[in-house]
Write a protein that binds this ligand. Structure first.
Ligand code: CP
Ligand code: NVA
Length: 302
């Protein structure tokens, strides 16, 4: 049976195993040992949206695994001229061993996964960003030693791909989540009800004062995700009191860490002082995209 990773729920049974494998392969590779576990394999990477980290980390990761990656911009392939997702999936499955897809919509993602005969990995869609959350949990585990029982506070757009995948991913590993967001941007009910099945604490509030009390991890993301550009002016207004600044960080535990998937927009969702401050681990997090995806690709290709 082929496995996909398009929602955090796709790895609900082995998420910590994937994280531990990623940490192990990272250490091994840094010691100069070979991790060529996917020799001769090819990853096709379809992009419908811009990317720095996803594109580069998948390509470098596949190289480290002894395989090869092909960058496919939607504008350059026939998908951009009206070839169906179904035919694209059926054809790419004949050439590639894994397909990575950064999609405009979750519907398109599901359609590709339905017809692909090889594993499909989401490089983000409008609902979830699973590779980023596997990465973030890996980064938290490296810094904190374990995950169960930790408190993550996410401040910002509560209905975007990052918020949804945090809700699921943290619940799966036994972490408590607080989403701090204006009421109009609270998460889709689906993610809230799925997270309840794991028995962890999920709190959703629009009150930002004191929101980071007792946090082990403080996280945020852009207020204007790719696809939301038309709402930019309204969003900046709606979120203006939700900036993660030094005052909010000072309320978190002394050893709390700050996460941001990047790209960051300083002065909006976070100040540069916090993002480049002593509690921030955003560049470890960015690096870990590479290692988490190595762990994910090896697991899905088994
Ligand atoms: N965090 C993330 O997915 O970054 P890119 O958009 O640069 O790939
Ligand atoms: N929520 C952001 C994440 C970017 C990596 C977006 O979808 O644009």
């Amino acid at each position: 049976m082929k496995r996909n990773l398009i929602s955090m729920l796709d790895v609900k049974d082995d998420l910590e195993k994937i994280i531990d494998l990623s940490i192990k392969l990272k250490k091994k590779s840094k010691k100069g040992e070979s991790i060529e576990l996917l020799k001769g394999k090819t990853l096709g990477m379809i992009f419908e949206k811009s990317s720095t980290r996803t594109r580069v980390s998948f390509e470098v990761g596949m190289t480290k695994l002894g395989g090869h990656a092909i960058f496919l911009s939607k504008n350059d392939i026939q998908l951009g001229r009206g070839e169906t997702i179904e035919d694209t999936a059926l054809v790419l499955s004949r050439y590639c061993d894994i397909i990575m897809y950064r999609a405009m919509s979750n519907e398109a993602m599901k359609e590709l996964a339905k017809y692909s005969t090889v594993p499909v990995i989401s490089g983000l869609d409008d609902k979830e960003h699973p590779c980023q959350i596997v990465t973030d949990l890996m980064t938290i585990k490296e810094h904190k030693g374990s995950l169960r029982g930790l408190n993550l506070v996410y401040i910002g757009d509560g209905r975007n791909n990052m918020a949804h995948s945090y809700i699921l991913g943290c619940s799966i590993v036994g972490m408590n989540v607080k989403i701090v967001s204006p009421k109009n941007y609270w998460p889709d009910n689906y993610f809230v009800s799925e997270s309840k099945k794991f028995g962890t604490k999920l709190q959703i509030t629009d009150i930002v004062d004191g929101a980071t009390n007792n946090a082990d991890v403080v996280a945020t993301d852009t207020w204007v995700s790719m696809g939301d550009e038309k709402e930019k002016v309204k969003r900046i207004k709606d979120f203006q009191s939700y900036t993660v600044d030094e005052k909010l960080m000072s309320l978190a535990k002394n050893d709390a860490i700050f996460l941001h998937c990047l790209p960051a927009y300083y002065g909006y969702e976070v100040t540069k002082e916090v993002a480049h401050g002593k509690q921030s681990v955003i560049f470890d997090e960015a690096e870990n995209r590479l290692w988490a995806q190595v762990g994910i690709m090896v697991t899905l290709c088994k």
